[in-house]
Write a protein of this length. Structure first.
Length: 146
């Protein structure tokens, strides 16, 4: 399949270059060009020369315009990436805010709080519970008050 993907365009390009271009003049004096000669009309084959390899780039203003275009495109891509990063950071901030608020609500609504430490469920002392509440309030300030 891969060979076909490479050979097919080459064959088509070769066929296109082998197909001639013909020039003829109709009865009204209009000059026409086509890939096949019309029936019952004398048509002259025309040799079409390929454009030079550096066509368009010999003009310095075109090269400069191309550089400016590429620079603008790179700047635009960089700006889009930065915007996406900011959006992702904002999404994480909002998720952290919501999580901190839920955790604070859980810790303050229940008398005894249990946490998992070293794969064991352990009840927090009142001092540990108050320290956890202060920690969650700081997280809410950090993530929610922006």
């Amino acid at each position: 399949m891969r060979t076909h993907q490479v050979l097919l365009p080459l064959l088509l390009a070769t066929a296109a270059s082998q197909a001639g271009v013909y020039r003829w003049t109709d009865a009204e004096g209009t000059v026409h060009f086509s890939q096949s000669p019309p029936p019952d009309t004398h048509a002259e084959p025309v040799t079409v020369k390929p454009p030079p390899a550096d066509s368009g780039l010999s003009d310095p203003s075109l090269g400069k315009s191309l550089e400016q275009f590429e620079r603008r495109r790179a700047d635009r891509k960089k700006q889009q990436e930065e915007t996406a990063k900011r959006a992702e950071a904002e999404k994480r901030r909002l998720a952290n805010c919501e999580k901190a608020r839920k955790n604070l609500a859980t810790v303050t609504s229940r008398g005894r709080v249990r946490v998992i430490r070293a794969n064991e469920s352990v009840a927090l002392t009142e001092e540990e519970r108050q320290a956890l509440i202060r920690k969650l309030e700081k997280q809410i300030q950090k993530f929610c008050d922006q």
